[in-house]
Write a protein that binds this ligand. Structure first.
Ligand SMILES: Cc1ncc(COP(=O)(O)O)c(C=O)c1O
Length: 450
C-alpha cells in the first residue's frame, strides 16, 4: 500500500519537482542490492544510490558501528579538540591512498571537499611566496559539486547559468568525449590523448603558466555521462603540471573506493595527483563525509609558514570528522578490505563490459562506454526534447522492471554496488534492452508530441 504523504514542502535537489510530485517514486528501506518502495516493490539498485553505496545497502557492520558510536558519543568538536576515531580513520584512509598522499582534511561531502582542495591549492602557493598563482583550471562537462568553487571549475552550463560570474581567473579545458572516433570503445578510448596537449598549448600559453595554481579533473567524468580519459591522456596532464609547478587535483568522489577495481582511479591509471578529493563511498554513504587527501609536503608547507602555536589553515566545518562519520568510515574501509570488494569489482568488470555492450544495436543506442563497474549508454534524443528519451527509459525501468538506473541528458549511467552478482547485471541490462524495445514499438507521450 503506497504511503500518502504531503510532498509539498520539500524542495527537491536536482529534480523536476513538479513532475516528481505528480507521481512520487518513494523508497522506504534498503538491503544489499535492493531498495523497497512505499508500495512494497523490490527495486534492484543499478546506481549504488547515487554512485556511493559501494558495499551494498545497510551493511550490518557499518550499521553497528554507527549505532555504537551514536550511543557512546554523539558529537565532539575537532576545532582545538579531538576524538580518537577521527585520527584512526585518517590513518586508515592514507593506508589505501597512493604513496605520498598522507594528510587528510575532513569535510561533509564532495562539494565541500572540492572547495577545500581549491583553497588548499591557492593558499599553498601563497605560503610558498608564489602569490601570482591564482588561476584554477577545470574542464568542460566536469562536475565538481555545487559550492561556488566547484561550480566555477565545473563545466555544466545548467549549474552555472543562474550564478552570473562565479570565481574570477578560472578557465576550462575541452572535455575528451569524441563519439565520432571512439564510439563503442571497450574500456579506455584509443583516440584523444592529444586533447591534453591543449592544456599547455592553448590555456597555459594564453594565461602564462606561472599564474596557474591548479588543474582539477575527475579521472573519469561520471555525472555528465561517463566520459572516459583516452589512453595516455591523464599521464600527459600529469607531466604538463609537473613541468610548470601546477598542482593536479583528482576529484575521485565517484571513482574512489573500488569503482574501477582499485582503491582510487589514481591507482588504476598509475597517475598520482597532488591531492585526491573523495566522499560518497568513503562511508558507503551511510553518514555524509568528504575528505581531501593531500601530499605531505603541501601540508608541511602550511605547518612551516605559520608561527608555532597559531592556526595554520583558517578553514574547517563544525562537522569535519564528525564521530558518526569517522566510525562509519572505519567500518566501511574494513568491509572493503575484508570482503575484498575492490578486487571483486575488478573481477566482474569484463562480465559487466560484455553485458553493457550487448546493448549495441538496441533502438537509439549511439554509444556504450565502460570502465570498471561504470557504464554510460548514450541514446539518440527525441528532437526538440533533450533528455526525455533517457528519462522515459528511467521511468519504465523503475515502474515496470523494478530496476533503478540513472540518467543525465540522454545518457543512461550505471554504477551498481560492488557486491552485485552476474545475474543482477543481466537483469539491469535486460531491463534497459526491453525498455528500449518496448518504447520503440509504442512511442511515449513525449515522443508522440513531436
Ligand atoms: C566528481 C564529483 N565531485 C563532486 C561531487 C559533489 O559531491 P556532493 O554531492 O557529495 O557534494 C560529485 C557528486 O556527484 C561528483 O560526482
Amino acid at each position: 500500500m503506497a504511503h500518502s504523504i504531503d510532498t509539498t514542502h520539500f524542495w527537491m535537489p536536482f529534480t523536476a519537482n513538479r513532475q516528481f510530485k505528480a507521481r512520487p517514486r518513494l523508497l522506504t528501506s534498503a538491503k544489499g542490492m535492493y531498495y523497497t518502495t512505499d508500495d512494497g516493490r523490490q527495486i534492484l539498485d543499478g546506481t549504488a544510490g547515487l554512485w556511493c553505496v559501494n558495499a551494498g545497502h545497510c551493511h550490518p557492520k557499518i550499521v553497528e558501528a554507527i549505532a555504537q558510536q551514536a550511543a557512546t558519543m554523539d558529537f565532539a568538536p575537532t576545532f582545538q579538540m579531538g576524538h580518537p576515531k577521527v585520527f584512526e580513520s585518517a590513518s586508515a584512509l592514507v593506508k589505501i591512498a597512493p604513496e605520498g598522499l598522507n594528510r587528510v582534511f575532513y569535510c561533509n561531502d564532495g562539494s565541500e571537499a572540492v572547495d577545500t582542495a581549491l583553497k588548499i591549492a591557492l593558499a599553498y602557493h601563497r605560503m610558498k611566496g608564489d602569490s601570482l598563482r591564482t588561476r584554477l583550471i577545470g574542464r568542460e562537462r566536469a562536475y565538481h559539486g555545487v559550492g561556488f568553487g566547484g561550480v566555477a571549475v565545473g563545466g555544466i552550463a545548467g549549474n552555472r547559468k543562474h550564478l552570473g560570474p562565479t570565481l574570477a581567473g578560472v578557465d576550462h579545458l575541452r572535455h575528451p568525449l569524441d563519439i565520432k572516433r571512439n564510439a563503442f570503445s571497450r574500456g579506455l578510448p584509443e583516440n584523444g590523448a592529444e586533447i591534453a596537449d591543449e592544456f599547455e598549448q592553448r590555456l597555459l600559453a594564453l594565461h602564462d603558466p606561472a599564474t596557474v595554481a591548479a588543474l582539477i579533473v575527475e579521472p573519469l567524468q561520471g555525472s555528465t555521462g561517463v566520459i572516459l580519459p583516452p589512453k595516455g591522456y591523464l599521464q600527459k596532464l600529469r607531466s604538463i603540471c609537473d613541468r610548470y609547478g601546477i598542482l593536479l587535483i583528482f576529484d575521485e568522489v565517484i571513482t574512489g573506493f573500488g569503482r574501477l577495481g582499485t582503491a582510487f582511479a589514481a591507482d588504476y591509471f598509475g597517475v598520482v595527483p597532488d591531492m585526491i578529493v573523495c566522499a560518497k563511498g568513503l562511508t558507503n554513504a551511510s553518514v555524509p563525509m568528504g575528505a581531501v587527501i593531500v601530499r605531505q609536503d603541501i601540508h608541511d608547507a602550511f605547518m612551516q609558514a605559520a608561527p608555532a602555536d597559531t592556526i595554520e589553515f583558517f578553514h574547517g566545518y563544525t562537522y569535519s570528522g564528525h564521530p558518526l562519520a569517522a566510525a562509519a568510515m572505519l567500518a566501511t574501509l574494513e568491509v572493503y578490505r575484508d570482503e575484498q570488494l575492490f578486487e571483486r569489482a575488478a573481477a566482474l568488470a569484463p562480465y559487466f563490459e560484455d553485458a553493457v555492450h550487448s546493448l549495441r544495436g538496441s533502438p537509439w543506442v549511439k554509444d556504450v562506454r565502460n570502465l570498471g563497474l561504470v557504464a554510460g549508454i548514450e541514446l539518440e534524443g527525441i528532437p526538440g526534447k533533450p533528455s526525455a528519451r533517457a528519462f522515459d527509459i528511467f521511468q519504465k525501468c523503475f515502474w515496470e522492471k523494478g530496476v533503478m538506473i540513472r540518467t543525465t541528458g540522454d545518457i543512461i549511467a550505471l554504477s551498481p554496488p560492488l557486491i552485485i552478482e552476474k545475474g543482477e547485471i543481466d537483469r539491469i541490462v535486460g531491463a534497459i534492452a526491453e525498455s528500449l524495445k518496448e518504447l520503440k514499438s509504442v512511442p511515449t507521450t513525449a515522443e508522440a508530441a513531436v
